[in-house]
Design a protein around this ligand. Structure first.
Ligand code: NAP
Length: 294
């Protein structure tokens, strides 16, 4: 069996077009979705990620603002900026690019973001909403994986899903989202004994560990759907995922590549969440019901 390689770039383009249509509809109501990004320090990868987010905003038609702080900035200064943005009606999404320098109390900063503008979905309110199945803003990377599965009509209901990686931003929310779609989910992490005994049972395998070649063909069930979230830069400068793509491709039914798989969808779902936030803002505006009825 040779897997179908899912084209994350093409799907991202389609979803961004859907977002643009919604942006135009919002313009008719006098609202332009706005995203504010806070970047602290000089981390090279973070700068690239922020640039990609701003480029996506331009492509989709969103207003964007970037607030850059030096690496030795105080937590109070960043929190004051977030509080100002919380009260700014032209901003519908606020995100703090992670990681933050060590002097920052991460949870305190994330909890300052208004839960109504928390488009990354990292505020405890939004994490809790995800747990009870009443999701407000699905975290962008797992949301992108969910959209990839839907785009191929891959139902997760009743399927054995194994998520490798248990971080707060990818693995755990991914597992919750798939569980809510009635999958049977196992979560593996660095302390899991004999990873292969879990992965071999997976109808759908989502890998987000940050370890090149962690998943090889003998660890994968024939016909499995394999979604590779990992991004690893090798010594020669090339980018690879966590899955031995060429080996596993011969055994899986669907597979995503790195680059070109989940990555483009992550930024795209950030656009989606920001547009969604602006739509909620418009709907909540006094007189909105009358405007819609007119
Ligand atoms: P993270 O916070 O470092 O978490 C990694 C998780 O993988 C942890 O739960 C860790 O277990 C687990 N793990 C590490 N080694 C393992 C092993 N040998 N076997 C099983 N589990 C193992 O990383 P993250 O932020 O979740 O990101 C994971 C990967 O996805 C990275 O490569 C990152 O660059 C990539 N990523 C990609 C996107 C995208 O848009 N495509 C977005 C976000 C992240 P413990 O909990 O036990 O330590």
């Amino acid at each position: 069996m040779v897997a179908k390689v899912i084209d994350g770039k093409a799907l991202a383009k389609k979803v961004r077009q859907e977002c643009s249509v919604r942006v135009n509809e919002l313009a008719a109501g006098g609202v332009r979705p706005g995203l504010a990004v806070i970047l602290v320090g000089e981390d090279a990868a973070s700068k690239v990620y922020v640039n990609n987010k701003i480029k996506a905003c331009i492509e989709v038609g969103l207003h964007s603002e970037v607030y850059r702080f030096p690496g030795d900035a105080s937590e109070a200064a960043v929190i004051a900026e977030i509080e100002r943005l919380n009260a700014d009606d032209t901003i519908h999404g606020i995100l703090v690019q992670l990681p933050l320098p060590p002097q920052f109390a991460l949870r305190k900063v994330l909890e300052t973001i208004s839960r109504d503008k928390d488009v990354d979905g990292f505020h405890l309110y939004n994490v809790g909403s995800l747990v009870v199945g009443d999701t407000v803003f699905p975290p962008c990377t797992p949301f992108g994986v969910q959209r990839i599965l839907e785009s191929e009509n891959i139902s997760v209901q009743g399927q054995n899903v194994v998520v490798v990686g248990a971080s707060n931003i990818v693995g755990k929310p991914m597992a919750l989202m798939l569980m809510q779609k009635e999958a049977t989910v196992a979560i593996c992490h660095a302390k899991t004994r004999d990873l292969a005994q879990f992965t071999i049972l997976a109808d759908i395998l989502v890998v987000a560990a940050g370890k090149p070649n962690l998943i090889t063909a003998p660890m994968v069930k024939t016909g499995a759907v394999v979604i590779d979230v990992g991004i690893n830069r090798l010594a020669d400068g090339s980018l690879v995922g966590d899955v031995d793509f060429h080996g596993v491709k011969e055994k899986a039914s669907y597979i995503t590549s790195v680059p070109g798989g989940v990555g483009p969808m992550t930024v795209t779902m950030l656009m989606w969440n920001t547009v969604q936030s602006a739509e909620r803002f418009l709907a909540a505006r006094p007189g909105a019901a009358l405007e819609y009825a007119a």
